[in-house]
Design a protein around this ligand. Structure first.
Ligand SMILES: CCCCCC/C=C\CCCCCCCC(=O)SCCNC(=O)CCNC(=O)[C@H](O)C(C)(C)COP(=O)(O)OP(=O)(O)OC[C@H]1O[C@@H](n2cnc3c(N)ncnc32)[C@H](O)[C@@H]1OP(=O)(O)O
Length: 548
């Protein structure tokens, strides 16, 4: 047996050569199974040899472990494989594995420990009809903002199951969601057609397993720090409706990426500007956008990298707490931002005559100030920004906008002991000097507003900016209000951060939002801002009706 196996391994190695192409290797193993009644033991050794050859698959068939490191491989039949029975299951496993060419399976088990397969002896083989498979479309990998089609096949008719999803962020925080489902009469479950019966969400929510994830740390927010690596999402199908107890029926690992194929990431260290520019594939020139996040500073690239995949040259701009920029700041000088705008405008792959701004929260406030004082800005999307200077004055040359006073006595505590600072800022109508002079701007604006934003009064600010622009004969801005959406309107499928640490307040605060409505808002906001930028920065034209 050993000799036979050895010969087969040699033969396979010869056939496969040194190719790193896993699909080709698996193809030959599959052929061997079919054509030469290749035994399962030999096949498992051959598969194991793939990992020796440096492929991404690792295989463990040893009795001590009793389970495979290939998700969904054994489906309760490890003993059968060990006994050397010829297995159609192998070819099935190979077929499954062929879809896994992007998986980093050695990382399996890094997340929450999946329920152990209960393998008590040879008689515990699962019947074929319960050899469930989890199918993902696209298979293996997708972009973070792409929808993922999740389906389970080969369940028993009307079988109750629980689906779980988990990912770990770069700081080790675990984000998880689960939902209960029931298969149809044919034993199929398609999340595009089947409503969740409860769990982290309910109803027809094909992407709920992502947007409903919650962190295992209080006040933690999902952030992607390195856009050159994906988030690795583990998906599991468990028997029954107990999220932590059901037998594992099938599982998959899926990579969610932040860089579309061909998008180039260019670190920028030009003059004082500290940023990262993302350029779409192709020669350009492309419509240019400066992307600004809010309080806390740093350099967050994930929105810029995804947006570059839609045909824009997007520069994620740091303005403090990054590289050699100040760690903290009590004042904003627009000359820094002017330098960044000019850098982008002069870039050979950026289409003029003007660029766009995309700002969230404090980044929205700064974007409004940039559009009011600086030249060369054609379009600006303000996501839950303030129309007043907050906590720090904004300077440009010899002019300044002082911050609105903070009224600490208006801060409230929720019944859960979380600070609600929504009413803590004095209205800019009572402090006109703190009102950013938007009426000076010739920029076209889109305001995206979460109506349940508790960070500050975003809807009021958008409405006042709109009134002021119109009162001065300027173009009426587009204002889209999202009911039950909170402060952190992110790219699609980011889980809601309803309560989080606030760097300025020095305590956790309420950011607001209801998970489902917030998720829908993120999806729509992402479409709307792309349409807006394409229209006003000279890209493709088109409109998509807001869903809400
Ligand atoms: C006296 C004052 C009274 C004020 C009252 C005001 C009342 C109302 C006014 C409201 C005014 C609000 C104005 C601003 C509104 C906003 O802008 S909302 C925030 C939006 N912010 C952003 O979009 C940018 C977010 N960026 C960041 O937070 C940071 O850049 C970064 C965390 C991404 C990276 O910073 P860095 O310094 O590199 O991080 P670390 O060193 O790793 O961690 C620093 C601390 O942050 C904690 N932290 C890190 N990651 C997370 C996370 N994912 N979720 C939650 N917390 C995180 C980390 O633990 C560190 O905390 P400690 O130092 O350990 O305590």
């Amino acid at each position: 047996m050993w000799l036979q196996s050895y010969c087969w391994r040699k033969k396979l190695c010869h056939l496969l050569g040194d190719t790193p192409d896993l699909t080709r290797r698996l193809f030959w193993i599959q052929r061997a199974v079919r054509l030469f009644s290749f035994s399962s033991t030999m096949a498992s050794q051959a598969l194991a040899s793939l990992s020796e050859g440096g492929s991404q698959i690792s295989l463990s068939t040893s009795g001590e472990h009793g389970r495979s490191s290939i998700p969904g491989f054994f489906l309760g039949d490890v003993q059968g494989l060990k006994s050397g029975r010829k297995m159609g299951a192998l070819s099935l496993a190979v077929l499954r594995a062929r879809g896994l060419h992007q998986w980093t399976l050695k990382s399996w088990g890094r997340f929450s420990d999946p329920p152990q397969l209960r393998l008590s002896g040879p008689s515990t083989r699962a019947p074929v009809r319960t050899a469930a498979t989890l199918s993902l479309e696209p298979a293996g990998r997708s972009l973070w903002d792409e929808p993922l089609r999740i389906a389970v096949h080969r369940l028993a008719p009307r079988q109750p199951v629980t689906l779980r999803a988990a990912l770990r962020d770069e700081k080790g925080a675990l984000f998880r969601a689960h939902a209960r489902y029931r298969a149809d009469a044919a034993g199929r479950l398609d999340l595009q057609r089947a409503p969740a019966l409860g769990g982290s969400f309910a109803g027809l929510e094909p992407m709920g397993l992502l947007w409903a994830m919650q962190p295992d740390r209080p006040f933690w927010r999902l952030l992607k720090r390195d856009v050159q690596t994906p988030f690795v999402v583990e998906l599991e199908v468990l028997d029954g409706h107990e999220p932590d107890q059901g037998k594992l029926l099938a599982s998959a690992v899926h990579e969610r990426h932040f860089l579309a194929p061909g998008v180039r990431r260019v670190p920028v260290r030009e003059g004082r500007v500290r940023a990262t520019l993302f350029l779409p594939p192709g020669p350009g020139p492309f419509p240019g956008i400066v992307d600004l996040f809010g309080a806390g500073g740093g350099l967050l690239e994930y929105r810029a990298s995804l947006l570059a995949g839609k045909g824009f040259a997007v520069m994620a701009l740091a303005y403090y707490n990054y590289d050699d920029l100040p760690k903290h700041t009590d004042v904003f000088h627009l000359e820094y931002f002017e330098e960044a705008v000019n850098y982008l405008l002069c870039h050979p792959q950026v289409k003029g005559p003007g660029i766009g701004l995309l700002g969230t929260s404090k980044g929205g406030e700064i974007s409004l100030a940039m559009a009011s004082f600086l030249k060369g800005i054609s379009a600006a999307v303000i996501i839950n920004g303030s129309v007043a200077a907050v906590r720090a004055p904004i300077y440009y040359k010899d002019e300044s906008v002082p911050p609105v006073p903070v009224m600490r006595n208006r801060m409230k505590m929720t019944k859960d002991g979380i600070m609600d600072v929504m009413d803590a800022l004095k209205s800019p109508l009572e402090e006109p000097k703190s009102f950013i002079p938007v009426e000076r701007s010739d920029t076209t604006f889109l305001f995206l507003v979460g109506q349940d934003d508790h960070n500050w009064q975003s809807e009021f600010y958008a409405s006042e900016a709109s009134k002021r622009l119109q009162a001065h004969g300027k173009q009426k801005p587009q204002v889209i209000c999202y009911p039950e959406a909170g402060h952190y309107i992110e790219v699609p499928y980011f889980p809601l951060c309803k309560t989080g640490w606030h760097n300025l307040v020095g305590a956790p605060i309420l950011y607001g939002g209801e998970p489902r409505a917030h998720a829908m808002a993120q999806l729509d906001a992402w479409k709307q801002l792309q349409i807006f930028f394409h229209k006003h920065l000279g890209g493709k034209e088109g409109t998509i009706a807001a869903k809400l």
